[in-house]
Design a binder for this molecule. Structure first.
Ligand code: F6P
Length: 487
């Protein structure tokens, strides 16, 4: 059982003016006794400069069910670990966060589980994070709460520390009314998010869904991007997240990485069209449907292993959750099936790499790939699509992108597909394979401009600027919806 050791740890530095709260710390230890290392990812690098400048604190879980260690400084940032017991990991993280909210918010593409035993641990862990934040935040400081694991934290923190300004950002999709309405705890979750001053989403649709839900299931009223909560104005709008464009470009021009990409091409066969998929091994990513579409292409006989190959990189994730074990089994069976049917000695249609690759190696694969397949059933944003585009400095290559990703809003010059339509996807992939160089260049140039214009630094500065801007209180929403009900 957890006894809240974190909230009572001695404060070893003056409190943070800017505090990030996320389920995970931005650092990890590859083995229990090795030193801390900064975790890869755009969010961490985007927030780092501003956190260092403003006496930043990052509050998060260290990723194991060991008792949390004391706060520590790493790379100029003060990290405050929050402990999760084995039961918390099971009920709050694997249970409510990843077996209730995650599938529901991703269009219920796996059935969400409404297990009553997970709610109390979700509330308790959220309270633990809020209490640590209340202790660590300077007077009138700013707090950025990240993601679906911590939706109750803004409301809890506001009660503990009414002086601080709170931002909440949801990295995953926010579902339409018809889906969210299934949640037995819908009102509590909405009220929790309304504790923030700025509630950020990946897309405008997500923000609109939120305002609609607030009108329907809470006593508060919202219109456009504004919700009035007991005289306090809450802003709900989109802040699409992105990548560190310059870093990816630098990697894509690094001679060693370029040489590695040529080596990959050679190993796979110089004359073959290389298709690439890179995903966390998650059922939302549509990896199995993608392989089925590739199967249809080989089955139609217009391509053989001599001229076409798919490299599928699948990064293991949430491996104790049943649905993740099942999707891995499904994918591995399919890969065996397609390789068995169409492979020859020395050449297979699908190379399946179930591992995490360092960013340098990933960029080499992006450079080697002629066609990038990003086909999730639903995705908050999808940064792989943006990374691929950022790498393609010579304007070659085709991005095949699911219309159900947040990225498709900005990257509308990609070749868009419906991942549920296997035949349609197969036909679209064939079109991508055959796309003339001039069309590839036209599309890729426009895609790259889009990604260059809005990087993860733009995201961080827009979101923190919205939070630090003085907001008039007591403003009226534009219109009032009188048809709402509460639950
Ligand atoms: O996309 C949501 C997200 O929580 C990311 O922030 C994270 O990188 C990814 O899913 C993996 O999550 P987990 O912390 O469960 O490994």
């Amino acid at each position: 059982m957890n006894t809240l050791p974190d909230a009572s740890l001695p404060v070893t530095q003056s409190r943070g003016e800017l505090v990030v709260i996320a389920n995970r710390l931005p650092v990890h230890r590859p083995t229990p006794n090795s030193p801390w290392e900064t975790s890869p990812g755009g969010l961490v690098s985007a927030l780092m400069p501003i956190l260092r400048e403003r006496k930043g604190v990052w509050i998060g879980w260290a990723g194991s069910s060991e008792p949390a260690c004391s706060p520590f400084e790493h790379d100029g940032l003060y990290n405050v670990p929050v402990s999760l017991s084995a039961e918390d990991v099971r009920d709050y993280y694997e249970g409510f966060s990843n077996s209730t909210l995650w599938p529901l918010y991703h269009d219920a593409c796996q059935t969400p589980q409404y297990n009553r035993a997970w709610w109390a641990p979700y509330v308790a862990v959220n309270r633990r994070f809020a209490e640590v934040a209340a202790r660590e935040t300077a007077a009138n400081g700013h707090v950025l709460v990240q993601d679906y694991h911590l939706q109750l934290v803004p409301g809890m923190l506001r009660e503990l520390r009414p002086d601080v300004r709170i931002g909440f950002f949801l990295h995953i999709p926010f579902p339409p009314v018809e889906l969210f309405a299934q949640l037995p705890w819908r009102q509590r979750l909405l009220e929790g998010m309304l504790g923030a001053d700025v509630v950020g989403f990946q897309t405008r649709h997500g923000a609109q869904n939120f305002v609609r839900l607030v009108n329907r299931y809470t006593a508060h009223r919202g219109s456009g991007q504004t919700i009035l909560v007991n005289g306090r104005r809450v802003m709900a709008r989109e802040y699409p997240i992105s990548i560190d464009y310059d870093r990816i470009q630098q990697l894509a021009t690094n001679p060693q990485i370029v040489a590695r990409s040529q080596e990959i091409r050679k190993e796979l066969g110089e004359n073959r069209t290389i298709m690439l998929g890179v995903d966390r091994l998650d059922y939302t990513k549509g990896i199995d449907q993608r392989i089925r579409a590739v199967y249809e292409i080989f089955k139609a006989g217009r391509h053989t292993v001599k001229d076409l190959v798919l490299v599928q990189v699948s990064v293991p994730s949430r491996e104790s959750v049943d649905e993740y074990i099942e999707v891995r089994d499904r994918i591995e069976k399919l890969v065996g099936h397609i390789d068995g049917e169409f492979g020859t000695v020395g050449a297979v249609p699908v190379h399946y790499l179930r591992r995490s690759l360092p960013i340098e190696e990933l960029v080499a694969y992006y450079l080697a790939a002629d066609v990038m397949l990003v086909t999730p059933f639903r995705d908050g944003m999808n940064l792989v699509a943006k990374e691929y585009v950022a790498c393609r400095r010579d304007d070659t290559g085709v991005l095949v992108l699911s219309e159900f990703t947040g990225s498709a809003v900005e990257l509308d010059r990609a070749v868009l597909v419906n991942p549920h339509d296997i035949d349609g996807m197969a036909a679209t992939i064939e079109r991508a394979i055959a796309m003339p160089p001039a069309e590839q260049a036209r599309r890729m140039r426009s895609l790259r401009q889009r990604v260059r214009k809005r990087t993860v630094y733009t995201w961080a500065s827009d979101f923190t600027r919205a939070l630090t801007a003085e907001q008039p209180t007591g403003a009226q929403p534009d219109t009032v919806d009188l048809n709402r009900s509460t639950s």
